[in-house]
Design a protein around this ligand. Sequence first.
Ligand code: XMP
Length: 529
Amino acid sequence: MVDSSLAQSLKERILVLDFGSQYTQLIARRIRETGVFSEVRSHDIPFVEIARFKPTGIVLSGGPATVTEKFTAKVEVDVLEMGIPVLGICYGMQTMVDQLGGRVENSNVHEYGATQISTVNESLLLSDLVQADVKGESLKLDVWMSHGDRVIQLPDGFETIAQSAASPYAAIANHERNLFGLQFHPEVTHTPQGQQIIQRFIHDVCQCSPLWVTDSIIQDLVNSIREKVGSDKVVLGLSGGVDSSVCAALVQQAIGDNLTCIFVDNGLLRLNEAETVYSEVIQQLGVKAVCVDASDRFYRALAGVDDPETKRKIIGRIFIEIFQEEAEKIEAVSWLAQGTIYPDVIESAGAHTGQATVIKSHHNVGGLPETLHLKLLEPLRDLFKDEVRKIGVQLGLPHHLVYRHPFPGPGLGVRVVGEVRKEFVELLRRSDAIFIEELIKNDLYYKASQAFAVFLPVKSVGVVGDNRAYEHVINLRAVQTLDFMTANWMRIPFEILQLVSSRIVNEVPGISRVTYDISNKPPATIEWE
Ligand code: XMP
């Protein structure tokens, strides 16, 4: 945490201590949306580390534990005695109450979902959020609750600032010590005034100024890259995805031609992708780049392989081999830049503590091997995706590239189910391009979080013209999700599905049937492999 040069360069920063809520990352994002840097760490990091971070305020997240058990997740009590503002959300409020001498019980009235609260007493967080009605009575505030336990007795110095039917202490405050608790979740959009409440905590209680804005982030990052790298040479694997493109743009801004990008065409890219990366990233940014067409090498290695994990490993290995060969040709390189972003950092920390299960090996997370003997430069590792995107646009990358759907590292290699053959990839590529083109035309692309076609290696009987056809199947998949951990299949209007289906069977010889995937995640993953 304290290694982050960005965090160090910012005087005001909020620490989010995580108790395992599914919304923890969202809390950090919401805080940053108020223009203030925030970072997530596990609730049980030693107090000395917290003190070294010098937070301006602390947020305790929700979590699945219950303080009514004997051994339960807590922060070190010193955290509550530091004299800096603390906001406890849901479990975070309950553990704060418990540690400070109040009482929490397992309530038989649970509150899950939309609830209304009434504000009572004055507070910096909630006062005047809703106007009084004509009779002068305070209106209720819509909030999102998700709890079984509830506070039944406040610690000394606290008072209630909101109540709901089931929770007499739906929000609490100790004004003297700037300690606040919310039983509801202000970070989710189902609490319509939630962002305003977070903003009040950050701006009014913690008294932070909105300094975390794109221009100053860019300036800080550019300065810190320059400071770190000096006149050394840097190499970067450019995939054409948002993260590596923005990373290239930033490093280029900082050190110019001392950066060389390596772009490997693995033959598994989308239609015209290699050309687009060349014209819209490499040329547009003016970065020095080596472009390698290695399609044949990938296809040779993938021949006869149909197991998804083996395919991923082969694609990852060949990529590393080529990258290594190309990097060795560049003289005196000492740094490897990577577009690792903050959710990757948080998730791999979760994986180390055993909190996350590895479902698929994402070869580009974790990066290139140590055998490269290069120092790692990860300028985006403090940033969320939406922040990376804003930086990309500001640095001159085209909007459509920066806001395009995510694309997996192994590319179409995991979208041709089973063995990857060049002719299958070709059919997939053309079908995928038709699907995406229609989504864009019909104003649906940005409503989907991810949309793509999948090639199924089964043959089905059809009639094309007057002839019997026995050809392959294309499946379409479009999902909506906030975090890609869970996802819903997208309700694309039937007439658009009809249009895409007709275009594919008419324009892509070799495909005679199109299906649409109506599986949610879980249990189905977003990709088919
Ligand atoms: P799943 O299929 O696990 O996908 O629901 C979740 C998100 O991760 C992407 N994905 C990958 N990204 N390398 C990547 O860089 C991979 O091997 C990989 N597999 C899945 C997927 O596209 C979705 O956005």
